[in-house]
Ligand binder design. Structure first.
Ligand SMILES: NC(=O)c1ccc[n+]([C@@H]2O[C@H](COP(=O)([O-])OP(=O)(O)OC[C@H]3O[C@@H](n4cnc5c(N)ncnc54)[C@H](OP(=O)(O)O)[C@@H]3O)[C@@H](O)[C@H]2O)c1
Length: 372
């Protein structure tokens, strides 16, 4: 049974957790609040970034002596292993906390219920599942990484009303309105990397950076370009702008990319080609991006790469801008063949939201893949 004060404390802990933004990956975003023995707020904290102290430790320090005999309300099961910092369970036990209220257990195999067991063995009362759905949504990138080892992929597309992403000649600037394009820049600032295919680089010469009019120091995502040939030809903006750029190619192709390898910030990643083709395994790419700390990826590609990602069930959510224009069936489709031959095989969205974005509509949702 949880008290009103504990529910309010969990709401506060959730708000604090959000302050960790995208900087905690591969760790989760966590917030913690301490209530003293009379149920009054005594301290709080959140996990600011990977390698920094955990929320629980900061909250205990901020509560001081008031933590003893009090309650900790925390968004995720406290860790019980030695990672970059010491176990939070030890800190909670030493602080004399008598009760811990947790939103959800941590599926990290090093924790996964063990943190709760350690607290209970020390005589601490533990309550779980308070506001768990909200915490799950907040930490979807982390939970996906623990489950799959991959980065979370959001596919962003600008479509005409009749579902086309470019005119017959390949021109697609601009389908979406200025307000939507600014929104995309903010999306880029919130992810670890932007992913595209060589086809889009050749057609549009995009920068894929954050360029917003205000003076805030927006964080720039890494830019990842996939190519089977490594044929880029001319001097594309994506390789010339400052920042981290990753060119992902099949093994053997990297040797030909000396011109790019020497540019500041440019890395060439080679992967074995899928059997019988020159395509790299996109699963391997997304495992490598996750291992390099790029938890969330915004894919801004043409139909070829977007289709491959969907076919391999690697798209986790979509952000689709629909603009009030018609391009006809001579325009380029958003996707190529997906093997959907009847309506029950359609790929559907869950948790859908729809909003106006200037003259466009933005539909967002998580992808639901069929089990069979
Ligand atoms: N409206 C929109 O939201 C939007 C967004 C982006 C692009 N576009 C439009 O889309 C068009 C370009 O479409 P597209 O389908 O050609 O471009 P794309 O999907 O961005 O790029 C396709 C290329 O990516 C590489 N590639 C994809 N998967 C790969 C894999 N598994 N392994 C290795 N390489 C891989 C290949 O490069 P190689 O050729 O080097 O083998 C392939 O030709 C342009 O007209 C552009 O304006 C529209």
């Amino acid at each position: 049974m949880v008290s009103k004060a504990e529910i309010n404390a969990m709401k506060k802990a959730l708000k604090l957790a959000i302050l960790g933004g995208g900087s905690t990956f591969p760790n989760p975003m966590v917030g913690a609040v301490i209530l003293d023995r009379d149920g009054n707020h005594a301290g709080d904290g959140f996990h600011r970034e990977c390698g920094a102290p955990h929320a629980e430790v900061i909250a205990i320090a901020s509560a001081g002596d008031a933590a003893s005999g009090g309650t900790m309300v925390v968004t995720l099961e406290p860790c019980c292993h030695h990672g970059r910092t010491g176990p939070c369970t030890d800190a909670i036990i030493s602080a004399g906390i008598k009760r811990v209220v947790i939103a959800m257990t941590d599926p990290d195999p090093r924790v996964n219920g063990e943190g709760i067991k350690q607290l209970e063995s020390a005589g601490i009362e533990v309550e779980t599942d308070l506001l768990a759905a909200s915490v799950r949504e907040l930490n979807r990138v982390y939970l996906h990484y623990i489950e799959t080892g991959r980065s979370w992929v959001t596919l962003k597309i600008a479509l005409s009303l009749d579902g086309r992403t470019a005119a017959a000649d390949g021109s697609s600037r601009w389908i979406s309105c200025e307000q939507s394009r600014r929104r995309v820049q903010r999306m880029r600032a919130s992810v670890g990397a932007v992913l595209t295919g060589a086809g889009t680089v050749r057609a549009d010469d995009p920068e894929l950076t954050v360029r917003l009019p205000d003076s805030r120091p927006w964080s720039q995502p890494a830019r990842v370009v996939v190519s089977s040939t490594g044929d880029f030809g001319d001097s594309w903006k994506i390789f010339r702008n400052p920042g981290r750029v990753i060119i992902a190619v099949p093994e053997g192709v990297g040797a030909r990319l000396t011109e790019y390898k020497d540019l500041p910030g440019v890395e060439v990643w080679e992967f074995p080609a899928d059997s019988g083709s020159r395509s790299i395994s996109l699963v391997s790419l997304l495992k490598r991006t996750a291992a390099e700390g790029l938890g969330e990826i915004l894919c801004e590609a043409g139909s070829d790469l977007s289709t491959r990602l969907l076919r391999d069930e690697l798209v986790d959510s979509v952000s689709i801008f629909t603009a009030p224009m018609i391009l006809g069936s001579e325009g380029r489709p958003a996707f190529e063949l997906l093997g959907i031959d009847s309506i029950e095989k359609a790929i559907r969205l869950d948790n859908v939201s729809s909003s106006r974005s200037g003259s466009d509509f933005l539909t967002e949702g998580s992808i639901v893949y069929r089990a069979d």
